[in-house]
Design a protein around this ligand. Structure first.
Ligand SMILES: N[C@@H](CCC(=O)N[C@@H](CS)C(=O)NCC(=O)O)C(=O)O
Length: 342
């Protein structure tokens, strides 16, 4: 019998929501523990102090192993659990799903960080509400102390993520365009690749739980301009009861047609950043600067996102030549074709 897993996270953490939704959809038994909340017990050590943490237990129920990072965790769950897979059976579509997942995790998170830690309404709400979500019974004095400390800490981190006065208009425009693209897509189909969700859906979903459901300014915008995206986000929350049959993935040509605007959005923003970031790291530059849709991007280089680029390229390299050729033809002109360059 497979053991119940423990997921340690926070409802205000996009990656925690992403991974919890994956566990629910895949019907993998789990216990949800709020990090640092009343039920929290420290897990075995993990390489970086982030949430969510996924914990495996031994037969006695003791915590045996803990791991972080939602994308490799999702891949591991694919290996350890059968059925209700998040990977489209067509390897070229599986690559596109991975690309969208990565864009969600690594680029859309900048939208989230902007609306939460730059927008004054966002800051006022988040710095207290995140604590209430950890423990609603926390006394007011302690809540205020936390709000002060946490708000300052997160605001100080804006530079690391690339949220600045210069990039704010790019982030807001990017979020609006994403809402527009998804609003059109979800008027046509349930999920990105058909009637069942893929890893790419969960990557977008994680960030959109916050953008559409927690951070006040971005949520109001979504309500007004992208109600179908809001509806999709609500549905994604718990797909444990969603019926999945074989063959619910669209064929590649049907799938990709409606995805082209999303791929162009990714190719106009995240892909140029990924390439410029890797180049900046390689030459030890202090800043990543590159043109993205709507203007000039500037932030400090980010080591983790070099890994992301390498992982996407490794996945491309493993494809059969015919699948790569097909991707080259559908990605041509989107900006994403740069990933295929040697
Ligand atoms: N790549 C990781 C990112 C996880 C992550 O950055 N989590 C945030 C919360 S959403 C975190 O724990 N940050 C550390 C902190 O706030 O101290 C994943 O996909 O799980």
């Amino acid at each position: 019998m497979t053991q119940t897993l423990t997921i340690i996270g926070n409802e205000g953490s996009p990656y925690s929501r992403k991974l919890r939704a994956v566990l629910r959809y895949r019907r993998i038994a789990h216990v949800w523990v709020v990090s640092n909340g009343p039920e929290y017990v420290a897990p075995p050590p993990v390489p970086v102090p982030v949430i969510p943490v996924l914990v495996w237990h031994d037969e006695t129920g003791a915590m045996r192993e803990a791991a972080v990072d939602s994308t490799p965790l999702i891949a591991r769950l694919e290996r350890e659990h059968t059925g209700r897979s998040l990977l489209p059976s067509d390897p070229a579509l599986a690559f596109l799903s991975a690309l969208v997942e990565d864009y969600g995790d690594e680029w859309c998170t900048k939208f989230m960080f902007h609306y939460r830690w730059t927008d004054p309404d966002g800051i006022e709400w988040a710095r207290r509400q995140l604590m209430r979500q950890i423990d609603p019974s926390v006394p007011t004095a302690q809540l205020e102390q936390f709000a002060q400390w946490f708000g300052e800490r997160q605001i100080a981190r804006r530079a690391v993520v690339g949220c600045s006065e210069a990039t704010a208009p790019l982030l807001e425009a990017g979020y609006r365009r994403l809402l527009g693209v998804l609003e059109t897509l979800f008027a046509q189909r349930r999920f990105l690749f058909g009637d069942r969700p893929a890893a790419g859906d969960f990557g977008l979903y994680g960030q959109l739980t916050q953008l559409c459901g927690f951070d006040p300014t971005s949520a109001r915008l979504a309500e007004r301009t992208a109600p179908r995206v809001v509806a999709w986000t609500v549905r994604m929350e718990d797909l444990g009861g969603w019926r999945v049959d074989d063959g619910q993935w669209l064929d590649r040509d049907t799938a990709v047609d409606a995805l082209k605007p999303l791929l162009a959005e990714i190719g106009g923003t995240y892909v140029p950043f990924l390439l410029a970031n890797a180049a900046a790291r390689a030459r030890g530059a202090e800043w990543v600067e590159c043109a993205v849709e709507g203007g000039q991007w500037r932030q400090q280089p980010f080591a983790y996102q070099v890994k992301c680029l390498n992982a996407l390229r490794a996945q491309l390299a493993a494809l059969a030549p015919a699948d790569r050729d097909w991707l080259a033809s559908v990605l041509a002109g989107s900006g994403c074709e740069a990933l295929l360059a040697p």
